[in-house]
Ligand binder design. Structure first.
Ligand SMILES: [Zn+2]
Length: 168
């Protein structure tokens, strides 16, 4: 399949919003989304040190993407800091919200920066393949059950959250 951007036939192709992309351009599109989020929210200050939160492989991919975006100017440390960048994806955030709703609880809002907050679990899996990071897929079980019954639930939850945020 030919990439919509460079018109090259790649070994692998990835579908995104109805178009096909090669490894390079798929990564570019996802990185652009993360870049936009970080820029709009003015989240990261390169004078500060940051620690990463999440499973090992997720942190690895997060680090690679942040290095690309910040051209290695970002200081990442293994120490605990007040500046945490989390590898949480949109799916996991949606699942957390569902759990809160079902259990009628509220989690404390964290200050964590979530560059993957607009990235789905599926997109993250593709990035892992591109970056050759092998791990098993994280399951968001309860949400997957609901999604099966009511297709589109995951995105509805995220849309609702954004809507509520913008109303504030
Ligand atoms: Zn391409």
């Amino acid at each position: 399949m030919k990439c919509a951007k460079c018109n090259k036939n790649g070994k692998r192709s990835h579908k995104q919003a109805g178009k096909i992309y090669c490894d390079k351009h798929y990564t570019e599109i996802i990185e652009k989304r993360i870049r936009k989020y970080l820029r709009i929210n003015k989240k990261i200050d390169t004078k500060q040190e940051y620690n990463l939160k999440g499973p090992k492989e997720e942190k690895e991919i997060l680090k690679k993407i942040l290095e690309n975006i910040f051209n290695k100017r970002l200081k990442i440390t293994n120490k605990q800091t007040n500046n945490t960048i989390s590898a949480q994806t949109a799916d996991q955030e949606a699942e957390e919200l569902i759990n809160e709703f079902l259990q009628n609880t509220t989690q404390k809002e964290t200050k964590d920066i979530k560059p993957f907050g607009h990235i789905t679990e599926k997109e993250l899996q593709i990035l892992k393949k591109i970056y050759k990071i092998t791990i098993k897929q994280r399951q968001t079980k309860k949400l997957d059950e609901i999604e099966e019954k009511y297709p589109g639930t995951k995105f509805s939850i995220i849309k609702t959250k954004e809507f509520l945020k913008n109303k504030k």
